[in-house]
Design a protein around this ligand. Structure first.
Ligand code: ADP
Ligand code: ASP
Ligand code: MG
Length: 416
């Protein structure tokens, strides 16, 4: 069972979490609970770490993650507090419980500070023995420890990944992600009141939804659940035990009987568009440009290459995380002589809106519906990218909400 930041936002909520855990306990069934930091706490810690210089202002240096190892020491502490509070709340209900920090288990990760990946979890150690003996294990999400015993964190939203990794290591029947919404919706219910809760969603669709911006689950947690075949359920923590709480099951495509053409709409505001105009049209140029960006750890997303009106020239447009845009600009300007472009434009107030659905694979006209719906609202499309089960467009960020709502309606997703 995993509980997110809002779900453990104050002591009263932690008491409710304890009641939910208590109701789940049955003879012969062990429970591990993964908790996030209390809401707002990680943001507060990140700010402290930044103010102290723990994150390099220019982002990642070549190869490294750009974060100081002490950054993780600071930001990982929020989760530790919650584990102690929940263990106490459980004991007050008469339930044997103890907290486990990740170094005590241990949950080993690589050393990419602030975005570490879990390598291994000791599934046969003290933790498993304690759970088998009937003790509820309360584990902080978001943390790991390197082979050198240094503390790491798994990236924002990383507690989801901790939960799935621990569920996989303990061979749990299920990983229940309790959060502040009662399931996965057709789109973010906070911006589209007509969004509907999905009964089921396939791993593939959930993976796309998460990586295209739906922050209800961290992308890596879905990857891991899919690879390890961990059944995941997303449900509300704001419901008292015994009240209806069906949530959403994330499962194999085969388990979904009615396949929707489009199951969901996702958006991400954290985008920038980089346009290189008048680049020499010759073999090796793209390799050079994107090689430089990759060396600097800049995650390039959509790429479009088109012919320029000028003979022997082309234009290359790509998107990257907004926070990396200034570095991308510096790198390209520094290589101006080699790449020989005429102009470089960076547009930072853009957003990506995507529609996702496994039914898309065998359906025609899905793109047309998207483009017509956006055109009807007068929204200009700047970049388009497609894969088997998604279509993404880049638009001006001021139209994100309008676009998401229009697409939600156009694909018949609105609740009655
Ligand atoms: P937690 O603190 O429990 O990890 P998060 O804030 O990380 O919770 O994720 C839950 C939030 O994700 C919801 O409050 C909702 O606004 C947002 N969200 C975005 N897209 C979706 C979606 N498709 N379905 C459900 N929630 C979504
Ligand atoms: N507390 C961490 C964060 O805010 C991890 C998590 O909540 O999943 O990103
Ligand atoms: Mg989260």
């Amino acid at each position: 069972m995993k509980f997110g930041g809002t779900s453990v936002g104050d002591v009263e909520r932690i008491r409710r979490v304890a009641r939910i855990v208590a109701a789940e306990r049955k003879p012969g069934k062990g429970i591990a609970v993964v908790v996030s930091a209390m809401s707002g706490e990680t943001d507060r810690l990140v700010k402290l770490a930044r103010d102290a210089g723990g994150e390099s202002a220019n982002g990642p240096a070549a190869g490294g993650s750009g974060f100081d190892d002490e950054y993780d020491v600071i930001v990982s502490t929020g989760e530790q507090v919650t584990t102690g509070l929940l263990a106490l709340a459980l004991r007050q209900l008469g339930i044997p419980a103890r907290s486990w920090q990740n170094w005590q288990i241990p949950v080993r990760s690589d050393a990419a500070h602030a975005k570490a990946r879990i390598d291994s979890i000791d599934e046969k150690g003290e933790l498993a023995r304690s759970i088998d003996a009937g003790e509820v294990a309360v584990i902080p999400g978001f943390q790991g420890v390197t082979a050198e015993d240094r503390i790491t964190t798994l990236g924002r939203g990383g507690s989801d990944t901790s939960a799935v990794a621990i569920a996989a290591a303990l061979k749990a029947d299920r990983c229940d992600i309790y959060t502040d919404v009662d399931g996965v919706y057709t789109t973010d219910p906070r911006i589209v009141p007509k969004a509907r809760r999905l009964e089921k969603i396939s791993y593939e669709e959930m993976l796309e939804m998460a990586s295209l911006g739906a922050k209800v689950l961290q992308t890596r947690s879905v990857e891991l659940a899919m690879a390890q075949r961990v059944p995941v359920r997303v449900l509300s923590s704001f419901v008292e035990p015994g009240e209806p709480n069906a949530g959403t099951i994330v499962c194999d495509e085969e388990e979904i009987v009615e396949k929707q053409i489009v199951s969901g709409v996702a958006y991400s505001r954290d985008e920038a568009k980089v346009s290189l105009i008048g680049v020499v049209d010759a073999p090796g140029v793209a390799a050079d440009i994107f090689g430089r960006l990759a060396d600097a750890n800049i995650n390039v997303d959509m790429i479009v290459q088109s012919q320029s009106r000028q003979e022997g020239k082309q234009n290359i447009v790509f998107t990257c995380p907004d926070r990396d845009a200034p570095r991308a600009s510096d790198i390209l300007h520094a290589a101006h002589e080699k790449i020989a472009f005429d102009e470089l434009h960076i547009k930072r107030d853009v957003a990506k809106v995507s529609v996702i659905g496994i039914g898309m694979k065998s359906q025609v006209g899905v793109a047309r519906t998207m483009f017509s719906a956006l055109a009807a609202k007068g929204i200009n499309i700047e970049v388009i990218a497609t894969s088997e089960i998604k279509i993404s467009v880049i638009i001006d960020s001021q139209y994100v909400e309008l676009a998401v709502r229009a697409l939600h309606t156009a694909y018949g997703l609105d609740a009655a």
